[in-house]
Write a protein that binds this ligand. Structure first.
Ligand code: ZN
Length: 267
C-alpha cells in the first residue's frame, strides 16, 4: 500500500525535534508521499527548505504548497503575490494554498480574508496550478467566490472538509476535490461527515492527516502523545472505508492515483 498525505503542517514547532523519525515512520506505514502545507510566506519558504534538506534521505517523498492561510490574511500585502509566485516556481511546489475563508475563528478580518483568497485564486489561474483550500463556517461566500473563478482554475481541493450536505454538493458541482482528515474518525464531531462521505466520487477523494492537528480517535492502542503525524494516515483510510462500499485497498489505490494526478506528482 502506498498512500499520499495531501496535508501535513511539517513546519509546525511540534515536529522540530524529531522530523527524520516522523518521516521514517510515515514511510514504514506506507505513506510514501507528503504534500506539506504552506500557510504563510514564511512557512511556505520554510517547508521548501525542509523538503530540500531532507530530499537525500527521503527522495521523491516531499512536495509543498505555497500560500497564505485565512488566519494570516491580514498580512497579505501588494507584494505577497509576487513572493508567492517566486516560491511557486521552485522545484517540488505543486499547488497554491492553503487559502480560503475561515469565519469560525475570524483571526483576520473577513474583507482581508476575501481579498487574500481572490488574489491567490488569480495566482493559481495565472500559473495553472491546483488550489489547496480551507473553509470553516464560510461556505456560502467561498462558494460564490469560487463560482466566479472556477472556469479559470485547473483543479481545487477543499481540504479537511467538515461541512454539511449543501456545502459538499455545491463543491462537487464545481468539480472540486475533497480532502478527508481524521475528523471522520471522531464518532461525535464526525457523525455528519460519516453520513456524507459516500457521496464523494471515488476519483475526487483524497486523504490527509493535517498533522500535527486532528489525531484520529480510532487509533488503537491510543498513542501517548496527542500529536498527529503522517504515519497515522492509514487510520484516516480506515475511518473513510468504514462508511463507504469499497475496501480500504481500493480506496488506498484510488486516492493515491487521484493525488498523483491532481498535484502532478513526479520526481
Ligand atoms: Zn485548514
Amino acid at each position: 500500500m502506498k498512500l499520499v498525505d495531501i496535508g501535513v503542517n511539517l513546519a509546525n514547532s511540534q515536529f522540530k525535534s524529531d522530523l527524520v523519525e516522523v518521516l521514517a515512520r510515515a514511510r514504514d506505514a506506507g505513506v510514501a508521499t507528503l504534500v506539506l502545507t504552506g500557510t504563510s510566506e514564511t512557512s511556505s519558504e520554510q517547508i521548501q527548505g525542509l523538503a530540500n534538506k531532507l530530499s537525500t534521505e527521503f527522495p521523491a517523498m516531499l512536495f509543498t504548497t505555497v500560500g497564505v492561510h485565512p488566519h494570516e490574511a491580514s498580512d497579505y500585502s501588494a507584494r505577497t503575490s509576487d513572493r508567492l509566485r517566486d516560491l511557486a516556481t521552485q522545484p517540488g511546489a505543486v499547488a497554491i494554498g492553503e487559502t480560503g475563508l475561515d469565519f469560525n475563528r475570524d483571526y483576520s478580518p473577513r474583507d482581508s480574508q476575501e481579498m487574500a483568497f481572490q488574489a491567490q485564486l488569480e495566482l493559481a489561474a495565472e500559473m495553472q496550478l491546483p488550489v489547496f483550500m480551507h473553509e470553516r463556517d464560510a461556505h456560502q461566500r467561498q462558494f460564490e467566490i469560487l463560482k466566479h473563478y472556477r472556469d479559470q482554475l485547473t483543479d481545487g481541493v477543499i481540504h479537511c472538509f467538515t461541512g454539511d450536505k449543501t456545502a459538499l454538493f455545491n463543491y462537487l458541482d464545481l468539480n472540486l476535490h475533497i480532502g478527508i482528515t481524521g475528523w471522520i474518525c471522531d464518532e461525535r464531531r464526525g457523525a455528519e461527515l460519516q453520513r456524507l462521505v459516500h457521496n464523494i466520487p471515488l476519483n475526487r477523494l483524497m486523504l490527509e492527516t493535517d498533522a500535527p492537528y486532528l489525531l484520529p480517535r480510532n487509533i488503537t492502542p491510543k498513542p501517548v502523545s496527542r500529536r498527529n503525524e503522517p504515519a497515522y494516515l492509514p487510520w484516516v483510510l480506515e475511518g473513510v472505508a468504514a462508511h463507504r462500499a469499497e475496501t480500504p485497498e481500493t480506496i488506498a489505490a484510488a486516492t493515491t492515483a487521484t493525488a498523483v494526478k491532481f498535484f502532478r506528482l513526479s520526481n
